[in-house]
Design a protein around this ligand. Structure first.
Ligand code: C6P
Length: 424
């Protein structure tokens, strides 16, 4: 059944005060949060799947299509120049936001998945040979497993997996042991989507660099929650998706150090990535265009720029501090529920609480919570090896964004208690 589209804004008194962050003011920026689902206020706790969009992002998308729709980098006409300017401005916004040295290190892609596939195809085919190794961790999303598996199969290379402990933390000593002269790349998630673990990526990168091994960081679940500076991290590649970061779907970013991007062959062929074509030979365009074949998601790039503006205005440090407190509150509240086990209890966590309830299937939990207006994700979260590691087929996952409130956590707790009553 499609939920009704009526709207209302529900405000309840907080049971424990959180820091000064004005979440109610922030909520005003997200029109969808006024939606009612089955006659109840929407409690949107599926932000790791995709986050909601602030008015500024919606306006930027609308402005592009209503006032400046044209292709980029092609036309000499006024509209095309306007669109090109806005699209390239968005790239500079992302560059500054990530602390990248140059705008040409920012490649617009469809999302984190495409960013990782780009590196697997381009870097992988050039630098990975038979007998080489790619090192990942046991907490990766499928998007940071399967591209490497395909590459390893094609090249006769080997995929190595660094194990995690029972809290869902990477075991650094084991990771260290797996770095060797055959390792061609380390690919590691910054924040696990299934567990919420924040990996010590700075340390991981240093360890890999001590062996001259480049590192790709999958930042899909990190960029909305933590301040990322790619130069401070010294990562070689950093991937994220716009849609988890309050931006549009269908657009994301691959950051890469110029040194690698210059040497890597194109990922796809077509328009925009060429500088000259004859039937005998093609010379490629300069960075970043060498990796952006075809008409890009222009509105998406501009919308992502607006998301950067929004997050910068609210302040990522403020968001991080608020979400940290909210997550701690949620962990305290849900862990009081009898029969509930949190999967993923790392010391450093962001954004996510995954749990199982004794004797109950996550899909049933998700369905009953939905009837209460509470949107969570139930399943393997595209991280099946993580489920296997913890001996569960699936979990229920509540994931948070800057607009979630303590009252919504309380609603989740009440919803879970209702699930237990209904299914008892
Ligand atoms: N995780 C989730 O519900 P895309 O689909 O390309 O925007 O993002 C892929 C991806 C890569 N890495 C991590 C750590 C992710 O969490 C995701 C997407 C969503 O957890 C959808 S499966």
């Amino acid at each position: 059944m499609i939920p009704s589209g009526t709207t209302s804004q529900v405000r309840m008194p907080a049971s424990e005060p959180l820091s000064a962050f004005n979440v109610w003011r922030v909520r005003e920026d997200f029109p969808i949060l006024k939606t009612q689902v089955y006659g109840k206020p929407l409690v949107y706790l599926d932000n790791a799947a995709t986050s909601q969009k602030p008015q500024g992002v919606l306006d930027a998308l609308n402005r592009f299509y209503a006032q400046e729709c044209a292709n980029v980098h092609r036309g000499l006409h006024w509209l095309s120049e306007l669109a090109t300017q806005d699209y390239e401005d968005a790239r500079v916004k992302v560059q500054r936001f990530l602390g990248a040295a140059e705008a040409r290190e920012i490649i617009f892609v469809r999302g984190a998945t495409e960013a990782i596939n780009l590196v697997a195809h381009s870097y992988g085919r050039k630098y990975v040979q038979a007998g080489d190794e790619i090192l990942i961790t046991a907490m990766e999303h499928h998007s940071n497993i399967v591209p490497w598996q395909i590459l390893c199969q094609e090249q006769g290379a080997r995929l190595r997996v660094a194990p995690i402990n029972d809290a869902g933390e990477l075991i650094l000593e084991e990771f260290q042991k797996l770095l060797n002269s055959r390792t061609r790349l380390v690919a590691v998630g910054h924040v696990s989507n299934a567990l919420g673990t924040v990996n010590p990526v700075r340390q991981i990168i240093q360890m890999a660099h001590n062996h001259n091994i480049p590192v790709l960081v999958d930042g899909a679940q990190a960029v909305p929650h933590l301040k990322v500076n790619v130069q401070e991290l010294d990562c070689d590649f950093y991937a994220f998706s716009g849609h988890k970061f309050y931006g549009p779907t269908g657009v994301g970013v691959l950051y890469g150090k110029v040194r690698w991007l210059e040497e890597m062959p194109p990922y796809q062929g077509g328009g925009d990535m060429i500088s000259a074509v004859t039937f005998e030979k093609t010379t490629y365009n300069s960075l970043p265009y060498k990796f952006e074949a075809g008409t890009p998601h222009i509105a998406g790039g501009i919308g992502l720029g607006a998301a950067v503006d929004y997050v910068s205005e609210v302040g990522l440090n403020q968001i991080a501090a608020y979400e940290h407190e909210l997550l701690a509150y949620a962990a305290r509240q849900v862990s009081r529920i009898p029969g509930l086990r949190i999967i993923g209890t790392a010391r450093e966590k962001a954004g996510v609480i995954s749990f199982v309830l004794e004797g109950l299937h996550p899909h049933d939990i998700g369905t009953i919570l939905d009837r209460e207006g509470i949107a969570v994700r139930a399943g393997h979260h595209c991280a099946m090896p993580v489920m296997e590691r913890f001996g569960v087929p699936a979990t229920t996952r509540a994931s948070f964004a800057c607009y979630n409130t303590q009252e919504e956590v309380d609603a989740l707790v009440a919803g879970i208690q209702k699930v237990q009553e209904v299914l008892a």
